[in-house]
Design a protein around this ligand. Sequence first.
Ligand code: GLP
Length: 242
Amino acid sequence: MELLKVRDADALSAQAFEHVKARLLEKPDLVLGLATGSTPIGLYQRLVQAYRNGEISFARARSVNLDEYVGLPPNHDQSYAYFMRYHLFDHIDMPEDAHDIPNGMARDLEAECARYEAQIKRLGGVDLQILGIGTNGHIGFNEPGTPFDSRTHVTTLTEETRQANARFFNTPEDVPKQAITMGLATIMESREIILLASGKSKQEAIRRLFQKEVSTDLPASILTQHPRVTVIVDEEAGALLP
Ligand code: GLP
């Protein structure tokens, strides 16, 4: 894992943007793995701006998202489908049928997970996966204890994760209890990964990640086994690193 320390959330977004932009210019038909959460919003804003400036195009790019809540329709303002349209897809030239996200409303959730895995294979795999990290070290919605050989699956969210995400919902009870997430083995098959962490709440997860002890207690720790991972942290998130 390569570690890049930057000053603050803004510098983190700028650094991540330069990274994604470079890959997109090298390979216009890049397959992007996208993440939600507050951390990548600044990156998406910069990508939109660069598209508007004519610096980059997504016309040939494709994307898959990491995860989606079970039971939220795509027009629900807290669904990840909505988030992605709001922050990115509505503002760029990626064709409508070129981005995919798990369908948390599927009647047969298991079949939806299988469809999603097949879709990633059909795209030839993910070239560049963007990740955030949960305060408990989750990536996507792979909570502590998730097996490293997991593929796209339905997962039950921990109370810690539901509380962390409650700020986006009217009441804490509104936070869905389940989600569909790419599995850890699915994420590990990406050819390249960048993980972004910003703010004090991520300090402990980042400290544990750089202890480089691989354990399902810290799902992100599997990334230490990947040949091409860049971790970008701001001063607060990296404060406990040597
Ligand atoms: C959610 C998402 C993760 C994300 C995490 C951190 O639980 N499923 O993909 O990394 O939250 O979010 P934030 O960036 O808002 O801290």
